[in-house]
Design a protein around this ligand. Structure first.
Ligand SMILES: [Zn+2]
Ligand SMILES: [Zn+2]
Length: 160
């Protein structure tokens, strides 16, 4: 007899936006839900501007203040995380329950912020004795694979 096991929980980092908000005791507003959903499907951290454009594309009425407040609340609650860019614009990403903190790469040429999932900021520092690390943020700067033209880039600019 062949035993068959059902796959336990599906390894999907994304929870329903409404549940996430409700779990944190927040009011489920259209803007909050839309912002979480936009961040969940985004391949890279998004700026206010990116999010505004995403909401507009979905016909979700919002203004700058509503968007700022929704993001502030999500960050306060630990649902989203803020990443500093060199252009002084914050980028945002959702905090996935199964992910550790990771470093980010800011491309100074195209302005994109890319998640470096395999690099943990906390392992990049060594503190003097007696210090205890709670949190580390690491943002690296340079040119991304698309913008860089050094060796190792697979992108042939003449080929699309
Ligand atoms: Zn770039
Ligand atoms: Zn990230």
């Amino acid at each position: 007899m062949i035993m068959s096991f059902s796959k336990g929980s599906v390894r999907s980092g994304n929870r329903a936006a409404k549940d996430l908000i409700a779990d944190h005791g927040g009011r489920v507003t259209r803007t909050r839900v839309a912002v979480i959903e936009a961040l969940q499907i985004a391949p890279a951290p998004m700026s206010h501007e990116d999010l505004g454009a995403a909401l507009a594309a979905d016909d979700i009425p919002h203004d700058r203040v509503t968007l700022y407040r929704a993001l502030d609340w999500l960050v306060e609650q630990g649902i989203a995380r803020r990443i500093a860019g060199s252009d002084r614009a914050w980028r945002f990403e959702v905090v996935r329950p199964d992910s550790h903190r990771h470093a980010h790469f800011h491309c100074d040429r195209c302005g994109r912020v890319i998640c470096l999932e395999s690099l943990q900021p906390s392992s990049a520092v060594s503190l003097p004795d007696g210090y205890q690390l709670d949190r580390a943020e690491l943002v690296l700067h340079g040119a991304c694979a698309t913008c860089g033209d050094g060796p190792g880039s697979d992108n042939d600019p003449g080929q699309h």
